[in-house]
Write a protein of this length. Structure first.
Length: 288
């Protein structure tokens, strides 16, 4: 019997060991799903937090962008043309705009300091607060330049020299001469000039040119449709014609007159005309 007890004890220990091992395996198997669930929950929380932060960052960035760019704060540009500089600056401050003088001209019919042109234009453009408005003002006194002596030059070259000096042609007076389309003489305020005259004239002054014409020479009137007044004048002078009457359709300020386009002319394009003949123009503002 004593020999059987140790065997029973050993058998009991083996059973106990097997039961313990089985219990350990079951406990380990039970823990794995719980760990995986914990990791999945942590990962889900991190994803939610990351998405939330991204939404917040985008929201804040959108607000800051709207503030910086003043989204939705566009306003019409006021009309500064015709106002003096002090009045324009006061009006600009109310609209949180800035006036910048970038050029000056001299137009006798306007007082000194009056704004002649502006960019951006009034009414057509919208701007944000803080935008700079560039203006051209009327000078109080015109600058003077020496009138170049252009007798002996071709009409085209004489015109270029006068324009380069800030002057322009008043009229072309043609006389019979073998030097066709060459300048024979020039006048300023009705007085003939000589090579050593050294005459000073305000910028923008007009010079009369006496030009030679061989025989009864005629030219077709150029097509001036769609041109500005400045472009039309240059074209007329290049072809030996004078500028006649000029009419603008409607009440146009200085800037609008400079931008207006020819919509009618007389004589009509391609009409044969004697050199020195005048061509009348009608201009109007063109819708952009």
């Amino acid at each position: 019997m004593s020999e059987n007890r140790p065997k029973q004890a050993a058998t009991g220990r083996n059973r106990s060991t097997k039961v313990g091992a089985s219990t350990t395996r079951n406990t380990s198997s039970a823990r794995k799903p719980k760990a995986e669930q914990s990791v999945a929950r942590a990962l889900g929380r991190n994803v939610v937090v990351a998405v939330s932060l991204l939404v917040i960052v985008l929201f804040v960035a959108n607000i800051l962008l709207a503030i910086i760019t003043r989204h939705g704060s566009n306003k019409d540009v006021p009309n500064f043309v015709g106002s003096n500089l002090e009045q324009a600056e006061g009006l600009a401050r109310k609209g949180r705009l800035q006036i910048i003088v970038n050029d000056s001209l001299y137009v006798p019919m306007y007082a000194g300091g009056v704004i002649l042109e502006q960019r951006p234009s009034a009414g057509k453009d919208k701007v944000k607060s803080g935008r700079k408005i560039y203006v051209t003002i009327n000078a109080s006194k015109q600058k003077s330049v020496e009138v170049p002596y252009v007798a002996g030059y071709s009409l085209r070259q004489a015109k270029s020299n006068l324009l380069a000096a800030g002057l322009e042609i008043d009229r072309l007076e043609y006389v019979n001469d073998i030097a066709n389309n060459y300048v024979l003489d020039q006048k300023f305020r009705g007085e003939p000039m000589k090579a050593d005259s050294a005459v000073l004239a305000p910028i923008g002054s007009k010079i009369t040119l006496v030009v030679g014409r061989s025989g009864n020479h005629s030219e077709p009137v150029p097509d001036l449709m769609g041109m500005t007044l400045r472009e039309a004048k240059n074209m007329l002078w290049d072809h030996g014609f004078n500028l006649g009457e000029v009419e603008f359709e409607g009440a146009l300020d200085m800037a609008a007159q400079n931008a207006a386009r020819v919509y009618q002319q007389h004589p009509l394009p391609e009409t044969e005309g004697r050199m020195g003949r005048s061509v009348s123009l009608w201009l109007k503002a063109i819708e952009q």
